[in-house]
Design a protein around this ligand. Structure first.
Ligand code: AMP
Ligand code: MG
Length: 878
């Protein structure tokens, strides 16, 4: 689309267009199918119409908008390949002396170079015709069909073999895809919807890039490509970066003046292996490019046909990102008496995930990023352009620096991620212990009911007295600070007595789940060094051959009744061990996480402040003690005077009985893993109707899919869902997302760090990654456990010094989980799959897995993911 300013001779313009179409067979060609094969049909005479649209009546601004709109519309109008014409023109009249000429050619008969040919001829013809002179242009020596025929004859036999051999070798083992992190899950079929963003890089930078290219014997293109491939490598974590790049393809002089499709696409594979410096990478890119140019004649379509890469309608084969330096500026020669200027028409399509077009201009390097709007938000692309510029600046400043160490982020980006989003310092009772807080609550509400199980109802005072008797009993058996006591019993009010008794004695409990295999229980008991084992009748027989003293709590009442009922004295400190939870590796020995009072208290205080209990609330205990979620579930309400019902395991396993119990007790809050939430939703029971009091639903422990969240929303429109993320190593929960914040669009976030907690998302070298880029989640702050019991090496490996905060002794826990920041500071947890899942032959993206599972539960039976650090430990994620 060109804006023509000045007195326009419409007749001469129309005549010129007709002459161009007459000269170039390609513009009169259509493609029909003959005996099942496509053939070119060149029509002899074809009159080009130049329909005019008059916009003169519109006010100036509306006129400009309408012109752009019509130009966009023209660009998007379909061609009929079989019928033609594949060339069309349109004229918009804005004022007497201002027109817009819109010319649209199908790419099958033209390319970028053709546009320049077209404009040059148009200028010469218009100049002649308006003066009534004949065409000054010599007839063309050959036509596109001649070239096509020549190419077919030439590109066969040995010539073809030689080119094919090269590309087969060059593209062997090419990655199935460049895994650019997208803002939205990839759809099954690429829609080609797109948008573009432009920027101009400073002239000074362009000059230094040119100078660097020159000194390295490379072209500017190679330098820009090398930097771009380095950027993609940083974004994807891949070392093998295939990028497509167009090449004019007019290697024969005779083709230079033709309009037609000559352009070809070369696949240029960037090799980032071995953490190269820019100078090293540029040498590789230079070699790859030169070889590719020497084998540029094999059409991309032919290559795809020969290589037969796995096809996927959601992705372009072999490469998904296009990169071009346009060295032939789209020339706009003047038409006599007219000023010609391009009318910018916003591109609404993207053929690939991303297309990058660069152009050297006197003012600097213009960059246009065209991107698939199905995949990316504009903010992501703007950030990427900023990162590209920083990378370019860095490589011209120091080409010998390893590319992996270049900082992509600006100072403010870095500050936002490292500091602003981690400003969570908040007061909490930092000198208190879990049982200390309990004792304070007992003082406040000694007569209030605190626990109900099927058998008994306990009040605060009674619970405290029983726990005290047990504590004194345990102290006589050597339990005190840093001494571990095993607890293996069925869930009941008595279990809470046991836990409080251990803590009050100054010790730490190690939960032993009665449903675990005996060898595993024996291992945990031995490894933890438990001095005493508290158990009950059903669970006691599961243990044999160990050194701990076994105390069956259901049969020591007589002994306990002799003990004192008063709170044991002797200060426990916040830095003392509170419990040791063994995390469940499916292979290898389980490891005991040594958790401290401080982490629990900080976690509780955050929750009490953020989600304060109201009078009349009721909670429930139903989580196995061996899961860290049970810590809040038991003590969170208890330390605030809120009663809980304790549910036996059989009830939890039966959705109907479970829901009935929650309803009867008027439970107001529940903590549950998403799979339990799913089971409840699957039960078909009307949750909102059955549980009108249950307003707070806290999920944690597993990824919460968007699909499950939406089902929750649909069933419980009035309830609030809180998604917490964490692990045993960080006192349960360290990030929080609240469903009242904003309706999730593409994934349910795990939210932001809770009080006194820092979350960092780092790359493989421990450097923070920018917003949107996946990395590993690291956690710092007051929730950190002491480490793994008896495993100093493992502790040193996973609990590292915090390099970002100048707080003496600050540590970071390396979670092994992957996540990324969104631009609003919310964190997204990324399910990582180390293998491909296919559905009807198409690869499913990790982000899509769970939502598709809803539709095809019968097809995909299990999704297992491997943690990078624990490749031998498959993890069932759905
Ligand atoms: P554990 O060590 O047994 O406490 O399990 C902790 C692990 O569970 C974390 O490292 C995560 O992989 C996973 N996890 C916990 N909470 C969430 C959550 N809200 N979303 C996704 N994954 C979670
Ligand atoms: Mg774990």
């Amino acid at each position: 689309a060109k804006r023509l300013t000045g007195p326009l001779d419409v007749g001469a313009l129309e005549e010129s267009l007709n002459e161009i179409v007459r000269r170039h067979d390609a513009l009169r060609t259509s493609f029909s199918v003959c005996e099942g094969r496509p053939v070119q049909v060149i029509s002899q005479a074809r009159q080009v119409a130049l329909p005019e649209t008059d916009l003169r009546d519109l006010p100036v601004e509306a006129r400009e908008r309408e012109a752009s709109r019509l130009a966009g519309l023209e660009a998007g109008r379909l061609f009929d390949l079989a019928q033609g014409p594949l060339f069309r023109a349109k004229l918009l009249r804005l004022t007497e002396e201002e027109h817009v000429l819109i010319v649209t050619m199908h790419h099958i008969v033209s390319d970028g170079w053709s546009v320049a040919v077209f404009m040059r001829e148009l200028a010469m013809l218009y100049d002649a015709f308006r003066l009534g002179k004949p065409s000054p242009l010599p007839e063309l020596p050959i036509q596109y069909a001649d070239y096509a025929l020549w190419q077919q004859n030439w590109l066969r036999g040995e010539v073809l073999e030689q080119q094919l051999d090269y590309w087969k070798r060059q593209l062997a083992g090419i990655p199935a895809a460049l895994e650019l992190a997208t803002d939205r899950p990839r759809a099954a079929v690429h829609s080609f919807r797109g948008a573009s963003i432009g920027a101009i890089l400073p002239l000074g930078l362009l000059q230094r890039l040119n100078a660097l290219s020159h000194s390295e014997g490379a072209t500017l293109f190679m330098t820009l490509l090398a930097a771009f491939q380095a950027l993609l490598s940083r974004y994807t974590g891949q070392e093998d970066i295939p990028v497509g790049s167009p090449i004019a393809g007019r290697t024969q002089v005779e083709t230079e003046g033709l309009i037609g499709f000559f352009v070809n696409t070369l696949v240029l594979r960037g090799d980032l292996s071995g953490d190269p410096t820019f100078r090293q990478l540029l040498a590789r890119v230079r070699e790859t490019s030169l070889e590719a140019y020497a084998h540029q004649d094999l059409p991309f379509e032919k290559l795809v046909e020969e290589l037969q890469p796995e096809r996927d309608l959601g992705r372009n084969p072999l490469f998904q990102v296009m990169f071009a330096l346009q060295n032939t500026p789209a020339s706009s020669p003047e038409l006599t008496g007219l000023k010609v200027a391009p009318l910018s028409v916003e591109s609404k399509t993207s053929h690939f995930d991303l297309e990058v077009y660069l152009l050297e201009k006197p003012s600097g390097l213009t960059c246009t990023f065209v991107y698939a709007t199905d995949l990316f938000d504009s903010g992501t692309i703007v950030r990427m352009m900023g990162h590209y510029q920083r990378l370019l600046e860095s490589v011209v400043a120091d080409p010998d620096r390893c590319l992996s160490t270049v900082d992509l982020m600006s100072g403010s980006e870095r500050h936002q991620i490292l500091v602003e989003w981690n400003q969570t310092e908040t007061e909490y009772p930092r000198n208190k212990t879990v049982h200390g807080l309990f004792e304070e609550q007992v003082e406040r509400t000694p007569e209030a009911v605190v626990l109900r199980d099927g058998r008994e109802e306990l009040r605060f005072g009674e619970l405290n007295r029983r726990a005290n008797r047990l504590a004194h009993f345990l102290r006589k058996r050597g339990v005190g600070p840093e001494v571990v006591v095993g607890v293996c019993m069925e869930r009941s009010a008595r279990t809470v007595v046991a836990l409080l008794g251990v803590l009050k004695a100054g010790g730490a409990y190690v939960p032993l789940d009665p449903s675990y295999p005996e060898e595993r229980l024996a291992f945990m008991l031995r490894d933890s060094g438990a001095r005493v084992l508290l158990t009950d009748e059903p669970s006691a027989p599961r243990f044999s051959g160990h050194e701990a003293e076994v105390v069956r709590l259901d049969s020591v009442d007589a002994a306990l009744s002799a003990e004192s009922e008063t709170n044991p004295v002797g200060a426990s400190r916040p830095g003392d061990l509170a419990y040791v939870i063994y995390t469940s590796g499916s292979t290898g020995p389980p490891k005991g996480v040594e958790a401290l009072h401080r982490g629990c208290v900080n976690r509780f205080a955050w929750m009490w402040r953020t989600y304060p209990f109201a009078a009349g609330e009721v909670c429930c205990q139903k989580t196995a003690l061996s899961f860290v979620d049970s810590v809040w579930e038991i003590f969170g309400p208890l330390l605030q005077g809120i009663p809980s019902v304790v549910l036996p395991e059989e009830t939890v396993r039966d959705p109907r009985a479970f829901l009935e119990t929650l309803a009867a007790a008027r439970v107001t809050r529940i903590v549950l893993v998403p799979s339990l939430l799913r089971a409840l939703l699957d039960s078909g029971i009307d949750l909102a109707g059955t549980l009108p009091s249950l307003r707070w639903w806290v999920t944690s422990g597993e990824a919460l899919s968007l699909e499950l969240y939406r089902r929750f929303r649909g069933s419980l429109p009035g309830a609030t869902l809180i998604n917490l993320y964490g692990s045993s190593e960080v006192s349960a929960d360290v990030t929080c997302w609240d469903s009242r914040s904003a309706e999730p669009r593409d994934a349910v976030p795990i939210g932001r760090p809770i009080a006194n907690t820092q979350v960092y998302i780092l790359d493989g070298r421990g450097q923070p990654v920018p917003v949107g880029i996946p990395g590993e989640i690291y956690v710092g702050g007051h929730g950190l456990a002491r480490g793994y019991r008896n495993r100093p090496e493992l502790t040193a490996e996973r609990f590292l010094p915090d390099p970002f905060r100048r707080v003496p002794g600050a540590r970071l826990f390396r979670t092994g989980d992957r996540g990324r920041y969104r631009d609003d500071g919310q964190i997204e947890y990324l399910v990582r799959t180390d293998f491909q899942i296919k559905l009807r032959g198409r690869r499913i993206e990790p982000g899509e897995i769970e939502s598709r599972l809803g539709e095809h539960a019968a097809v995909v039976q299990a999704v297992v993911c491997l943690r990078e650090d624990l490749p031998d430990q498959p993890r069932l994620v759905a």
